[in-house]
Design a protein around this ligand. Structure first.
Ligand SMILES: Cc1cc2nc3c(=O)[nH]c(=O)nc-3n(C[C@H](O)[C@H](O)[C@H](O)COP(=O)(O)OP(=O)(O)OC[C@H]3O[C@@H](n4cnc5c(N)ncnc54)[C@H](O)[C@@H]3O)c2cc1C
Length: 499
């Protein structure tokens, strides 16, 4: 190929892109990464994460493989349990209402441990997620919800380690370089047209991996595909994920796939900025709602806050908040559960009220019908099954009875001052619809035939998530499919090299 700039061009510089780059390098390919953002804002949504990975493990020995410096005291005082392939399959099937593509799910589940261990080998250090994913009960931490390890330093740490790993092995990263279109001769992709510093260039390579995110930061596409009201959602992460990779691929005949009207969206600080703020990271999220109640402007509850562990409900409850009048809700807690609130409740950028009497509290909840709220709390307190023991580490079955919307677990009367409330709106994380890929992460066209030279990984792959999502799967799927895409692209690039 004349003027070839690299064997593999990777579009994006988030988790999926770096895994693709590292896998391609392993095959001996020369890799060029293109990042639309300046270096200071680079790393996509991956940099905003906690760095938590959903990974199959069979017990503490597997955790020790991923976290070789786990202290003996930690092993002794922790019940890590296990997260089996069967559990991961079950979570994917149950949460997506059996719509997730079984071939993609199989790759995700069966390759999760090996892929994370491979990342560890490249220099990504991991630790157990004490605090957020395990509470200490009876002197012992117990992990729950299939989410047990995170990158050291969270998302920023993950990106720093991945960047170092790729750079050390010779990958070049061009920042402030936005991919505009794919170079395509009607048969194979031959590179990317980019804009850098106001000039347009053609960068040629035999294979391109698209890893440049979904369309969550594009208000017009959100409204078009997710529906009315989604223009009003806050974007939790990067402002650069505007669907460019999806658009470029569709323009050369790629097949759209998956839940285009669906997305991952959570409860997010009501007064958060339009896009994510790297200084705050994921801390605008408010994920301790399973231990309280949620009320809307009418003073009414509208979801079962304790339907499951938060890992299995948080990604769909953002939509529930968006659907409320004024697109907001208040999360309500009393003193009994305050110690269980995650660290994100203690940042200074929160919209919070507190009071020592429930009447005073009711009148402080901005935008809420106070009388209706007091009725809700009265009915709530009478409905809690206090005869069942409360245990935050298991689905304790401590429910309510007789309410229009009952709570299934972790119900507590709201009766102990001080009372606290946090205002939330909807924060979108990423979109579920994207491109159709085959088993080697090659992008398929509308006839379901591979588009030569084009691969995809990460958020812009469709077919994995529908309606809901098990926490920690985004990074894991980006890693699994990034690794597959990078290796396959490198092998194909070598195959088209002139002999
Ligand atoms: C606040 C927050 C917390 C989260 N926490 C977790 C968690 O703990 N665990 C988990 O598994 N998931 C989490 N997620 C979801 C997770 O971030 C994503 O699923 C995952 O990071 C997606 O990785 P990616 O590589 O596909 O995309 P990204 O990391 O978003 O990378 C996309 C890259 O493409 C670049 N780009 C976009 N357009 C172009 C273009 N035209 N040209 C060049 N470059 C372009 C972007 O700048 C970026 O570098 C969280 C998300 C957010 C927002």
């Amino acid at each position: 190929m004349p003027d070839k700039i690299a064997d593999v061009i990777v579009v994006g510089a988030g988790n999926a892109a770096f895994c693709a780059a590292l896998a391609a390098q392993e095959q001996g390919a020369e890799v060029l990464m293109l990042e639309a953002a300046p270096e200071a804002e680079s790393g996509g949504n991956s940099r905003f994460t906690a760095g938590a990975f959903r990974v199959v493990y069979d017990g503490v020995e597997d955790i020790q493989t991923l976290v070789p410096d786990l202290a003996a005291a930690e092993v002794e005082t922790t019940d890590f349990g296990a997260y089996t392939e069967a559990q991961f399959y079950d979570d994917m099937a149950r949460l997506t209402q059996h719509r997730a593509d079984p071939d993609l799910v199989e790759l995700l589940v069966t390759r999760s441990f090996a892929t994370l261990n491979w990342m560890r080998g490249k220099g990504v250090r991991l630790i157990p997620i004490y605090g957020r994913q395990a509470f200490k009960v009876g002197g012992k931490f117990k992990f729950w919800g299939g989410l047990t390890v995170e990158a050291v330093g969270g998302g920023p740490g993950l990106l720093a380690m991945l960047t170092q790993a790729a750079a050390k092995r010779g990958a070049a990263i061009r920042y402030r370089t936005r991919a505009l279109d794919l170079l395509y001769d009607g048969n194979r992709v031959e590179g990317v047209r980019v804009r850098h510093d106001g000039a347009v260039h053609e960068l040629r390579a035999p294979c391109v991996v698209l890893a440049c995110g979904g369309f969550e930061a594009n208000a017009e596409w959100r409204t078009r595909y997710l529906g009315p009201g989604w223009d009003l959602a806050k974007v939790r992460g990067s402002r650069y994920n505007t669907g460019a990779g999806i658009r470029m691929a569709l323009a050369i005949g790629a097949a759209p796939c998956g839940n285009w009207s669906g997305c991952h969206a959570v409860q997010w600080e009501m007064n958060a900025p339009e896009f994510g703020d790297l200084a705050v990271g994921d801390q605008f999220q408010k994920h301790s709602y399973p231990f309280g109640i949620l009320v809307n402007a009418a003073g009414a509850r509208f979801v079962n806050e304790g339907a499951d562990f938060r890992n299995y409900t948080y990604a769909k409850y953002g939509r529930a908040v968006l659907e409320q009048p004024g697109q907001f809700a208040w999360q309500i807690f009393d003193r009994k559960v305050k110690h269980l609130l995650r660290d994100e409740y203690r940042i200074k950028q929160v919209t919070k009220v507190a009071a020592n009497s429930i009447e005073e509290f009711a009148h402080k909840l901005d935008g809420v019908d106070a009388a209706a709220f007091l009725d809700t709390v009265k009915a709530w307190n009478a409905a809690v099954r206090t005869d069942i023991a409360f245990d935050p580490n298991v689905k304790d079955g401590r429910c309510t009875q007789g309410l229009a919307i009952n709570k299934s677990n972790w119900a507590n009367p709201i009766d102990t001052a001080p009372f606290e409330a946090y205002a939330v709106t909807c924060g979108i994380t990423f979109t579920f619809g994207g491109l159709r890929i085959g088993g080697n992460a090659q992008v398929l066209d509308t006839d379901h035939q591979p588009i030569h030279g084009l691969y995809a990984a990460g958020e812009l792959v469709g077919g994995l998530f529908y309606f809901n999502y098990p926490g920690g799967t985004g990074l894991m799927s980006g890693a699994v499919f990034g690794k597959i895409a990078g290796a396959a692209a490198a092998q194909a690039a070598v195959a088209v090299k002139p002999s």
